[in-house]
Design a protein around this ligand. Sequence first.
Ligand code: HEM
Length: 143
Amino acid sequence: MAFTEEQINRLGSSFQLIEPRLDDVVSVFYTKLFDAAPALRSMFPDDLGGQKKHMNSALKLVANNVANIEKLAGPLREMGARHVGYGAQEAQFPVVRDIMVDSLAEVAGYVWTPQLSSDWGAALDAVAGYMIEGMRGEQAKAA
Ligand code: HEM
């Protein structure tokens, strides 16, 4: 999906606000995720330190490349294919998206708006769309 200039600008400027506090966003994210879905905890390593770094770079990548997200189709499909091995399922993507948006909103505080929730939801859906293509490709290979 193509993003409007307004969306791209809002994503970019909200990311600048959040960027110094990305570690907080990722901590809040995992707390909320395992609260909402405790069964997912065992999919992740005991030590989430490495995972936090990965999610941190993934958020940065989304924010900086949303204007040309299709250029990331290849790496995002590969990332999706790896998620088959992690045991991730397509139905979990909207859950992860909503929790990520809530985590961004919580850390950003009063400057956050419903508009930003919808912009970030759309950006994460675009990423998930490519990841799910990669997951399906991987599953077709295995079948
Ligand atoms: C937009 C959605 C998502 C993004 C951007 C994302 C991002 C990432 C990244 C960057 C990694 C690091 C390793 C790698 O690159 O392969 C990772 C690992 C992982 N993700 Fe995701 N992910 C998403 C959705 C999901 C979903 C829906 C699940 C299912 C619960 C999930 C479960 C996992 C697990 C279990 C790991 C591996 C932990 C490990 O063994 O080190 N992810 N994810």
